[in-house]
Write a protein that binds this ligand. Structure first.
Ligand SMILES: *[C@@H]1O[C@H](CO)[C@@H](O)[C@H](O)[C@H]1NC(C)=O
Ligand SMILES: *[C@@H]1O[C@H](CO)[C@@H](O)[C@H](O)[C@H]1NC(C)=O
Ligand SMILES: *[C@@H]1O[C@H](CO)[C@@H](O)[C@H](O)[C@H]1NC(C)=O
Length: 368
């Protein structure tokens, strides 16, 4: 499986997944554990009461479920939601959900993703509260202890070996760290040495996850983050920030190599890297080709007051949310996430997987 398409493509493992009984005696479901930032957060920051990175007010979540804010930094689903649905995996609840029980974890896995979080501990520290990747891995260790208590050491080991893992962080390490002069890293490193530092750190973190039992793991690369509305307002022209985009490309290249190397080095592992850089870049340059009308400004905004760092009840919404690539200054809309996920799914042939064995039907786009 270690061929080139994993290097050039986007996310994703080809997995026939369903609610199944695993062969080796563990009567567990196959679930996911997700480590990430605001692109994958499904509500953790909502419970971090002092966090300034919040998606807890309208109009976040307006096209999801009952339309109330649910902690996702989008109007609808995340890319991981959509891909997980297609893989027939249950959607993992946020780690901080106070109503969670051990059985919920055994049935649905857990999502540790936290808005503002990064590969580095310092990243996003002006959001005051967020889980860095190190912290998320610590929390996962705690989860493992709880599960061992519940089902025993051997079954727990099997459960965690069979689970799917997603690691999707990195953009905050640039946007909310290296590229901000208030952070020490911005003057300690240059572009190359900072990326090396990130990759070394990520290497240690992925090895730690492997030691903890993660075997099937996908790492999502970065998109053209120099084109998020927040970056465009940095220049009078409103163009994408070339340097920021170049950093994303360099990170992706180095991360692809790291994950390939780890996949060879680590026993029984299936570690994969994928990014959606090219697809998103093309959507941004040619929105009409993909059915979008706007690819440079947020759907939820204060109009001329830019950047409005978050979407608020006082913000106004664009007329047709399905026609905007960006939901707020940082994050894509549900329909952009759908398009990214579709591209991945087509690329890697998810739809040709054994449909008969996966029970949950993919949920339709709420925007149709
Ligand atoms: C990062 O934070 C974790 C706790 O979440 C800590 O154990 C670790 O030592 C920190 N690493 C660095 C390099 O500061
Ligand atoms: C790899 O898989 C083999 C066969 O299932 C097993 O015996 C071995 O202990 C595994 N190694 C690790 C590090 O998981
Ligand atoms: C598809 O799933 C069915 C039922 O789970 C199984 O019997 C069959 O072998 C699978 N086919 C393939 C090609 O995996």
């Amino acid at each position: 499986m270690k061929n080139n398409k994993w290097r050039v493509g986007v996310v994703v493992a080809v997995i026939v997944a369903a609610s199944i009984m695993l062969e080796d005696g563990c009567e567990c479901r196959r679930v996911q554990f997700i480590f990430g930032d605001s692109l994958s957060d499904v509500g953790n920051n909502k419970y971090l009461s002092k966090s300034l990175a919040q998606a807890s007010l309208p109009w976040y979540g307006i096209d999801f479920g009952n339309g109330l804010p649910n902690g996702r930094f989008s109007n609808g689903r995340t890319v991981a939601d959509i891909i997980g649905d297609q893989m027939g995996l249950p959607r993992p609840p946020p780690f901080l959900d106070p109503s969670l029980t051990e059985d919920d974890i055994l049935h649905n896995g857990l999502n540790y993703a936290s808005g503002g979080g990064g590969i580095l501990n310092d990243t996003g520290n002006y959001f005051i509260q967020r889980f860095s990747l190190y912290k998320q891995i610590e929390l996962f260790q705690g989860t493992q202890e709880v599960i061992r208590e519940k089902i025993g050491k051997e079954e727990a080991e099997e459960f965690f070996k069979e689970a799917r893992y997603v690691v999707a962080l990195g953009s905050n390490d640039f946007i909310n760290n290296y590229l901000m002069p208030v952070y020490r890293d911005s003057w300690t490193y240059n572009d190359d040495t900072f990326i090396q530092y990130l990759i070394e750190t990520l290497k240690g973190q992925l090895k730690a996850l492997h030691t903890l039992g993660a075997r099937q793991l996908m790492v999502f690369g970065l998109g053209p983050m120099g084109c998020i509305p927040l970056q465009r307002v940095l220049s009078a022209s409103g163009n994408c920030q070339d340097r920021t985009n170049k950093l994303a490309l360099s990170f992706n290249k180095a991360a692809a190599k790291l994950i390939d190397d780890l996949g060879i080095q680590l026993a029984n592992s299936s570690f994969r890297f994928g990014d959606a850089y090219d697809v998103v870049n093309d959507v941004i340059s040619n929105p009409n080709k993909y059915g979008f009308e706007n690819s440079d400004s947020p759907c939820c905004s204060f109009g001329r007051i830019r950047p409005a760092l978050t979407c608020l009840p006082a913000s106004s919404l664009c007329k047709d949310r399905s026609k905007y690539v960006f939901w707020d200054e940082y994050h894509p809309t549900d329909s952009a996430n759908q398009l990214i996920a579709n591209e991945l799914i087509n690329k890697f042939g998810f739809l040709r997987l054994n449909q008969s064995s996966s029970s949950p039907a993919p949920s339709p786009s709420p925007l149709n």
